[in-house]
Design a protein. Sequence first.
Length: 194
Amino acid sequence: MRLEHEEINGKHIFHNYGHGSGGIALAYGSAFLATKKFDNKIDQTKQNSCAVVGSGLIALLTAVELTKKGQTVTVYADRFPKYGENDNSKRIASQVDEGLYLPFGYDIADQLQYDLLSKISHDYYKQCLKANRYQSFKTTFVYERDASVAQLKKKIPGFINNTYRTEKVSFGNGIPENFIRMKTIKIDTEMFLE
């Protein structure tokens, strides 16, 4: 993941990409931290417009946060999400399916930064749920296999207050297996991006 500032020919570039499959878990936290870096580097009395490259969840959340700071934001992208698009070749990755907030199981180079971004994202999503801010945010349950509750608790950041239950589940094959059930947040990213 690259989340840093760079200056090229007097232009300020704020890199915010490379989140891999951890995009939902890190999306809002990354947008928030990128705009904090912007605050630290840019005199907003002299700079009131900027550009965001990309039209995925992280880019658009970054654009929203910059707009909240009074910036005029132009978004540049190959294509923009179109709600209800059926042709997957025309959809962007953030738009293809619903996303689950699952802050574990990723290849993480900087655990401290990952946990920070994940916590900021988690708190934002919880606020959205509590305020019923967006129809696209819902509470759901997921099932994790190949781990005990103790192993799962080691992988999931401690700030997430969750209850874990072991259940026997059969996913259409008629063979019950042990899974751990836990609560999380589901985001209909296509609806949210619209």
